[in-house]
Design a protein. Structure first.
Length: 287
């Protein structure tokens, strides 16, 4: 994976920081804040990764600089932005991971602060650069377990996560696609032989237009033919009857957490959804 050269911080920006980011991390203490969550959020807000791509950073509520955490790179939903990361991680796990969310490259409609991922080769190339740079920068600055890097996303963000994971399967520990169809762009399975070991969670909701039943069948058929390590999870709840099938929910994120923690701990963990505890995450697109 290659990195885009990071832009140098201006002298004004540098003047606002009394400490380097690395020193801020090593000197981190939650003692001056009301609780661990507030302290971790404040540190995440004050840190800046060495990347030119706009992004959001999330630190675990009981962040411990001496402990190496798995890293989740979150590819946000459509008509949203990297700012949805906090809501996602609060429901996924506020203790287990460091997370970073790069911003998509296409503005969504006329709303200037909402973005979406494209599905052309140039759009996917942009996503690759953003993800690679965020991973490299996070590893340089934060206590990241380098062999436990996960790509995850919702909707087209999940499709992009699959694309990047299948291209660079030796660089990531697993991929989580929530309501994201399998990539259709030519070359998606160009590295299929070297990608067979990569664990991929393909999760969708019944009735979803983001990832239809036909999309599910296609993913099952192609992954089987290529011998890919896909695991499938289908969620249904009464909320889907009221037009909520295209929304991200806590049950989907709970399955994603169990999938990733199974890889982190090298253990078998059930991926059965907990529909009785399901509710929506968000709203997104507010930042």
């Amino acid at each position: 994976m290659h990195r885009i050269p990071a832009l140098l911080a201006s002298s004004n920006e540098m003047a606002t920081h009394d400490e380097s980011p690395a020193t801020m991390v090593s000197n981190y203490s939650s003692g001056t804040y009301r609780n661990h969550a507030e302290a971790a959020r404040r540190l995440a807000d004050d840190l800046f990764l060495d990347t030119e791509f706009p992004h959001r950073l999330f630190l675990p509520h009981n962040f411990t600089p001496s402990y190496n955490y798995p890293l989740v790179v979150w590819l946000h939903s459509g008509a949203s932005s990297e700012m949805e990361l906090d809501s996602v991680m609060e429901s996924l796990s506020d203790q287990n991971y460091i997370a970073v969310a790069p911003r998509a490259n296409i503005r969504s409609g006329t709303k200037q602060r909402l973005f979406q991922w494209g599905n052309s080769k140039s759009d996917f190339a942009f996503a690759e650069e953003a993800v690679c740079d965020c991973i490299s920068s996070a590893i340089d600055l934060l206590p990241v377990q380098t062999d436990r890097v996960f790509l995850a996303g919702f909707g087209l963000g999940g499709t992009v996560a699959q694309w990047i994971g299948l291209q660079y399967s030796t660089m990531v520990a697993g991929v989580v696609s929530l309501s994201g169809a399998m990539p259709r762009l030519g070359g998606a399975l160009s590295n299929w032989k070297s990608s067979r070991h990569l664990p991929v969670l393909f999760s969708h909701r019944l009735g979803s237009s983001l990832c239809s039943h036909s999309d599910l069948q296609n993913a099952m058929r192609f992954s089987h033919r290529a011998g890919l390590n896909y695991r499938f999870s289908t969620l249904w709840s009464e909320e889907d009857l009221f037009g909520e099938a295209d929304e991200l929910s806590t049950s989907m994120l709970a399955v994603a957490n169990r999938f990733m923690m199974g890889i982190v701990t090298n253990s078998e963990i059930s991926l059965e959804p907990e529909s009785n505890r399901d509710h929506l995450v968000g709203p997104f697109g507010v930042n």
